[in-house]
Design a protein around this ligand. Sequence first.
Ligand SMILES: [Zn+2]
Length: 274
Amino acid sequence: MIELPEAAVLAKQVNETVIGKRIRDVVAAKSPHKFAWYYGDPKTYRGMLAGKVMSTASAYGGLLEIAAPNFVLLFGDGVSLRFFEKGEKLPDKHQLWIEFEDSSSLVGAVQMYGGLWVFPAGGFDNKYYLIAKEKFSPLAEAFNGNYFNGLFDEKTEKLSLKAFLATEQRIPGLGNGVLQDILFNSKMHPKKKAGTLSEKDKEELFDSLKATLSRMVAYGGRDTESDLYGRQGGYKTILSRNTLDKPCPVCGTIIKKEVYMGGSIYFCSTCQKT
Ligand SMILES: [Zn+2]
């Protein structure tokens, strides 16, 4: 599942590779998928996009937005988006295939679930999208210590740090994947209650959040995800399915996994305190 770092990397790669290309053809919803979401009837996508030149790509949280004149393409966090040069073999199954005039392609395929939305600019009132666009990105300067401290209030006191960081779109794009290393680097357990954090703890969590996400972006996304060219990200996750049952890099304790709040958490029971 792509989250903030991978969406940022995809936006950069789309800007390097696809921008300026003119769309020749569009095939939407070729492979049936129960949990692929479209804007209106996907049969209208071709009419909206054919002949258009791709302009800027931007990441908002875990979403990737690509602008074409008067229209917007938006990919949700469960979509795998790949670029293929002319002559490269395309995947058999996909939910959106955009072919450019130079015969290269952009192909979107839904994994478990995901949105591939094409809509007239300004015409999509999806709440998740609007909130992701409106809030500060944790990578932005405006997301500073004061802003972060302002996210804590009476209602968040009883929340675990996992719930605090990764629900309610408090921080768009920060999901169950990236939060594991953010918490490891701040030496806090995912079940630690937000209300127990001292001012110094909040500072440490804020620093870890900024530094960990920046590193993930700098290294091209996490090694549990793929980029626009199908390459694994260069950021080596400390806590993920890749490191389960391996020793903690700091103290050597075996890394554990637990199911918690509808997803897996990974942690070092020695380094991370509740
Ligand atoms: Zn440890």
